[in-house]
Design a protein around this ligand. Structure first.
Ligand code: GDD
Ligand code: MG
Length: 363
């Protein structure tokens, strides 16, 4: 039995739908409960026995390299392969072919899931073929890659991002694959290739088999602000099991602060004025400070965010070191980038986007 020892985590996307957050932080480094998402992904791989991780990157790669280095801190071996131009989800794999030693996992870098990777290995071993793909069922498959399979789990078609109403199935590609090295030989070299639109269909056309590993695990693609907030809600409620960093979580641990409405998760060195109202479903990064009478609900603040007296923040995401002036109001669905100063009294309409218009290259 071949043991899977390698994983390729695709981390080269620009995270367009998370702008302006991703102007300063590449999508895999966006914090989930105050820890870069990719660290959580590597931890999951580690638990499945994988020590060798290849990261095809391209957009703001230095932030990733600075954090993980060679991986030794995690007892892993992390190798970066930087693309000058984005090579696409298959081109990025072809580009690391020389590093691959056997069957390997591929993970989309923006998927939070409780999928059991070892169970998926067992499924692949039992079914055979060129690969196993994790699928999940969703209410609206149009935003994803639909994958059609038969009663023997053999995949018969891929339909990427079909128009609403024309989806052939509600089972979608959940962004975790276990592939045999032969797949790499089917990808043309040196050009932008999509695994979903080109390589997977090509494998089927050539008569080789891919199998659907459909599960009911927790699953969410973090690529949109509303999903990023939903993921935090689901972790705070316990729907998505996740190990948390030391920090203050939940009710009763805030001492004097009577106006904490759980669930709330607070990083180190956070100051909350006694008259502020915080929660439910609020995550505060290291060093945040919340002023008197401020009100925060359903929101995630990254590191060092300052919230002035009487400011109101609802269903919003605020990146590191941003200052929200006294009496300012962030309507539902607002996303504020790094190092922004929101003047006192500013009203941001629901769905607002505030922040740098270009990469600021700082974590
Ligand atoms: N290295 C590299 N190079 N990585 C890339 C590139 C590239 O050119 N393009 C995208 N990626 C990475 C992204 O960083 C992300 O981690 C992953 O590949 C998927 O890209 P997304 O842009 O997030 O794709 P999507 O969410 O629209 O669709 C994909 O994921 C869905 C599940 O979340 C597809 O695989 C769908 O079929 C799938 O349903
Ligand atoms: Mg995505």
């Amino acid at each position: 039995v071949e043991v899977i020892v390698q994983a390729i985590v695709l981390v080269g996307g620009e995270g367009t739908r998370l702008r302006p957050l991703t102007f300063g932080t590449p999508k895999p480094m966006v914090p989930i409960m105050n820890v870069p998402f990719l660290a959580r992904t590597l931890e999951r791989l580690y638990e499945a026995g994988i020590r060798d991780v290849i990261l095809p990157a391209g957009y703001l790669p230095q932030a990733i390299i600075d954090y993980f280095g060679d991986g030794s801190r995690l007892d892993m071996n992390v190798t970066y392969v930087i693309e000058d131009e984005p090579l696409g989800t298959a081109g990025a794999l072809k580009n690391v072919e020389q590093l691959v030693t056997g069957a390997f996992f591929v993970l989309n870098g923006d998927v939070l899931t409780s999928l059991d990777l070892r169970a998926m290995m067992a499924f692949h071993k039992e079914r055979g073929g060129l690969g196993a793909l994790h699928l999940i069922r969703v209410d609206d498959p149009s935003a994803f890659g639909c994958v059609v399979s038969d009663e023997n789990h053999r995949i018969s078609a891929f339909v990427e991002k079909p128009p609403k109403g024309s989806e052939p199935t509600n089972e979608i590609n959940a962004g975790t694959y276990l592939l045999e090295p032969k797949v790499l030989s089917m990808i043309p070299v040196g050009c932008n290739v999509s695994i979903e639109r080109e390589t997977f269909p090509k494998i089927l056309a050539g008569g080789d088999a891919l199998y659907a590993y459909t599960t009911t695990d927790y699953w969410i693609d973090l690529g949109r602000p509303e999903h990023y907030l939903a993921a935090h809600r689901d972790i705070l409620s316990g729907l998505m099991p996740l190990k948390l960093e030391p920090g203050v979580s939940g009710e009763g641990k805030h001492g004097v602060h009577a106006a904490i409405v759980p669930p709330v998760h607070v990083g180190p060195d956070v100051r909350i004025d006694e008259s502020a109202m915080v929660g439910p479903n609020v995550v505060l990064g290291k060093g945040c400070s919340i002023g008197p009478n401020a009100r925060l609900r359903e929101s995630v603040l990254w590191e060092g965010v300052e919230v002035g007296e009487g400011a109101v923040i609802e269903e919003s995401i605020v990146a590191s070191r941003t200052r929200i002036g006294a009496g300012a109001r962030l309507g539902a669905g607002t996303v504020v980038g790094h190092d922004v100063v929101i003047e006192a009294g500013t009203q941001i309409e629901p769905g607002g986007r505030v922040g740098a218009a270009a990469p600021v290259v700082s974590p």
